[in-house]
Write a protein that binds this ligand. Structure first.
Ligand code: PLP
Length: 387
């Protein structure tokens, strides 16, 4: 099976991890700060915090932004559940903004309409989580302008987008957001096995995220309430978690990040081949927003079902049966039973639901060979041509 995504581990990655195993520190050593420095270097953000998942990064970002009971978090319904769940972890409620049918990202026009209504009802969101689906950046300028006008905070869920660019800046620069989050799960662009990071340019948010990552404990005398009792002294000044990344993971991350440009460039070459060789099939190929460079975590096509004599499910099953490990990203979050029990229902976000009826993620990973890709193209062409 050719998977839809997978990691690339080279000897240098293995060596980096083995070196850590032989060193003094398996956790809380020099590799995590080195990885954070490489993330700041790659993005231009002033602060970066490596954690054990993007889910944890989203959680500490929400906490640092003060999300709590009585607050509302908005995000796109077409995302992984974690982009919404982080609001629930903080005791806030969650709502969604429908997607733009061209970019599949949350639609800034729908956002503005919903904000106008929310202002009248006194139910403005505390935070909007903008998800760069497939690596395609959201319209951050528009979202940022609305955040200034309506007074909400912005988190970029850039789990799909490391290595991409928005206008002239790397994703993660946080020019139009308060915090940007990355995921380093093995299907994503760069991996640390499990892992994530939260980046910001705001010192106050940075100080909070560093506390929430590790039990709310500080060793910084400036932050303490009491005078230190001695060299052993630390203080818990807030309630935090153990969301730390290990040294093994961070060393893998440092080694992988060195190839970030190469990884994303290889994805773009594969995408170009898909655009060229799939142009005549009854599908919609991904649209790219001008002046952006996608991280290209996913390559999503939409089936033109009225031109195909098969259902979405039949096409999906036949691709899988023929060794093509396609997937669907994503089941709209508001259709998940947990969210339905909160009152969301079918019909709430029509663009997201329509997207879900015909979308398929084709294999896209930097180590995919052209031979493998040609096999994907061959099988897809066959499946779509035959009755
Ligand atoms: C993968 C993903 C996450 C969660 O990442 P983890 O590192 O597995 O916690 C969050 N948001 C989006 C959009 C993702 O794709």
């Amino acid at each position: 099976m050719i998977p839809y995504g997978r990691q690339e581990i080279k000897q240098q990655d293995i060596d980096a991890v083995v070196d850590v195993l032989k060193s003094d520190f398996l956790t809380q050593g020099p590799q995590v700060p080195a990885f954070e420095a490489s993330l700041m270097g790659a993005t231009g953000a002033k602060f970066a915090f490596a954690v054990n998942s993007a889910t944890s990064a989203l959680h500490i970002a929400c906490l640092a932004l003060g999300v709590g009971k009585g607050d509302v978090l908005w995000t796109s319904p077409v995302t992984f559940v974690a982009s919404a769940n982080c609001g629930l972890y903080c005791g806030a409620s969650v709502d969604f903004i429908d997607i733009d049918p061209a970019t599949y990202n949350l639609c800034p026009i729908a956002l503005e309409v919903k904000l106008k209504l929310a202002k009248l009802n006194g139910s403005l969101p505390k935070v909007v989580v903008a998800v760069h689906l497939c690596g395609q950046p959201c319209d951050m300028k528009a979202i940022h302008a609305l955040s200034v006008e309506y007074g909400f905070k912005v988190i970029e869920d850039a789990s799909h987008a490391i290595g991409g660019r928005y206008l002239d800046k790397p994703i993660g620069a946080c020019d139009y957001s308060d915090v940007t989050v990355f995921s380093f799960h093995p299907v994503k662009i760069v991996t640390t096995a499990e892992g994530g990071a939260a980046l910001t340019n705001d010192k106050a948010l940075a100080d909070k995220m560093t506390l929430y990552r590790s039990h709310g404990i500080t060793r910084d005398e400036v932050l303490m309430e009491n005078l230190p009792h001695g060299g052993w002294y630390y203080e818990q000044i807030d309630l935090g978690f153990n969301y730390r990344m290990t040294e093994l993971q961070a060393a893998l991350g440092v080694s992988q990040i060195a190839r970030l440009g190469e990884f994303v460039a290889a994805r773009h070459q594969l995408a170009e081949r898909y655009y060229e060789k799939l142009a005549d099939l009854p599908i919609t190929l991904p649209y790219q927003l001008p002046n952006t460079y996608s991280g290209l975590h996913l390559f999503v096509i939409r089936l033109k079902l009225d031109e195909i004599s098969k259902t979405h499910r039949e096409v999906f099953d036949e691709l899988r049966e023929n060794g093509i490990g396609v997937n669907v990203h994503y089941i709209p979050v508001h259709l998940q039973p947990y969210y339905q029990h909160m009152g969301f229902k079918k019909g709430d976000f029509p663009n997201a639901e329509s997207y879900y009826t015909n979308v398929i993620s084709l294999p896209m990973f930097h180590a995919m060979t052209y031979e493998q890709q040609d096999e994907v193209i061959h099988v897809l062409t066959k499946v779509l041509a035959t009755k």
